[in-house]
Design a protein around this ligand. Sequence first.
Ligand code: ADP
Length: 240
Amino acid sequence: MSNLDIHGLTKSFDGHAVLHGIDLSVERGTLLALLGPSGSGKTTLLRVLCGFERADAGTIDIDGRRVAGPGLHLPSEARRIGYVPQEGALFPHLSVADNIVFGLPRAQRRARHRVAELLELVGLPASYADRAPQQLSGGQQQRVALARALAPAPTLVMLDEPFSSLDATLRIETRQAVADALAAAGATAVLVTHDQSEALSLGHEVAVLWRGKLIQSATPDVLYRRPVSRELASFVGDAV
Ligand code: ADP
């Protein structure tokens, strides 16, 4: 059953079309990598899905519920989406534990066992709960950001280039930890990246955005073996 359904999504800025009629479905429990070169519209699509931007036309259904369409634009907090930005997601003045429970209803914020569970899920020791974010590496901070996004058990998790600020070694290690945590949580996720090898290695499915159009959505294997165009073959081929 699909957890995210997008039909005919269109968005322009100042008369310049950035998304041209995007159709996409994401099955439950799938990690979809949204891949495309810089400027192809990935962040705009993610922001529209999250409800930070309003589409000009088209519909978005999350878990069978319409969240955007003609005359309808549910705010992000009503969409049950977890969001992990590129970097700087954590509040520096709050402990790791307080960051993780930040988005939970007040009554649940004291649930320390939930913090320990979430830290374990993202591969960090429970003893990190009382640390300040600055005492963690960039990769560890991104794992805490994921733990926070997963805390309210969202229907969908959106990750916007979550590893782009990390150096090469940390990036590989953090990628795997994040993919493992999403799989263990059974989360449906959309991960935006311009990095071909990241998309091919992490995505169960890869959707390629090219100048605002979704030109192919397929498994990594199909995308690699049977890309729909020469341009795409060359772009995907840069991964190896
Ligand atoms: P990507 O994430 O793939 O790099 P973006 O979604 O950031 O692509 O941008 C796609 C296009 O939309 C770019 O040409 C960018 O300049 C334009 N764009 C994005 N946000 C805005 C905005 N708020 N106002 C005007 N143009 C924008």
